[in-house]
Design a protein around this ligand. Sequence first.
Ligand SMILES: Cc1ncc(C[n+]2csc(CCOP(=O)(O)OP(=O)(O)O)c2C)c(N)n1
Length: 374
Amino acid sequence: MIKCKDLYEIFRRNELVFFTGVPDSTFKGWMKFLNEMHGKGLTNRIAAIERDAIGWAAGYYIATGKIGVVYMQNSGLGNTVNPITSLADPKVYSIPMLLMIGWRGEPGKHDEPQHIRMGEITVPLLNVLGIKYSILPESIDDAEKTIMDAKKYMETRSEPYAIIIRKGILEDYDKGTEKQKFELTRENAIKLIVDMMDGDEIIVSTTGKTSRELFEYREKSGSGHQNDFLMVGSMGLTSSFGAEIALQKPEKKVFIFDGDGALIMSQGALSTIGYYSPKNLYHVVFDNQSHDSTGGQPTTSITLDFEKLALANNYKGVRTTETKTGLLNAVKEMIKKEGPQMLIVKVRKGARRGLGRPTTTPIENKEAFIGFVR
Ligand SMILES: Cc1ncc(C[n+]2csc(CCOP(=O)(O)OP(=O)(O)O)c2C)c(N)n1
């Protein structure tokens, strides 16, 4: 296993000190390290979506002549295909950058359904894109040689290069716990909202622990899963998916359970939602100011005014709360109003230990949900 500090020293010796991307749990220790070291010898530019990270790294190269490192989970590789082929590719601007890709769904290893296809096609996709790659070796000396060779390749050819990171290769760096400023956990907030429903509402819940917590609560309360669509992959798509269901099924109240990271990733969808304005749409954002599901890395939510964002996009109303009583009151008031409405719930980072994963398959989830919705 490679220590974060040792990996950083290799990057530093190779003048690779600019990092940008969207986090992945495959290297969550490394992400934590980058966040802590930001401004102290390296830059960690938090990107909203992987495709933007290609833009940040390209801008960095053009401005400084130095090569940036773009990190991502392989689920985000598809989001980079357009800027890789139309900006970084040697047939266009020929911009070198090092892609650091976490390999979920590696063939032969157990992983969740949403990672299987991308795990299989990660290497073929790099081949199709014409990107040379290596798999990061486990020994530090071999890792150093890989990164040095990658640097040489990028410099001589002025092209992107990819390093694929298997699960368990990088150390799980942890440096103490952080102070928590909010009263509610995301799981508590989910339970409180679900308990206020009368059973006929639809919930579309976002990628990561939100969907896992909702699933477990439904299991525990024995209410079945038919009302819920768990968006286990496709981060950011709960908003468009949920809003279209609301437009097609105006007689049902549709709740979107979103995360700040996922909402930021798909901010454009808010504009479409506001334009078509489904009256029955209630968009709840659990804002823990982080990508909690991949290890709690910061998002840019701290400088984002969600209330202004929603109103600027033509939502009919918006409210923010951070307490239990505030939440109960806000939901009671919100569902009396015409949508689209947004409710921002400020929650603590973190989840319960031992939180499970859905035990039904996505196909079972889809079929039960269709049965309820149609
Ligand atoms: C396109 C894409 N990029 C990255 C990921 C990895 N990923 C899964 S959940 C998650 C964090 C989501 O953060 P947020 O929406 O704020 O919800 P939280 O986990 O904080 O509840 C990330 C980065 C992914 N699934 N898909």
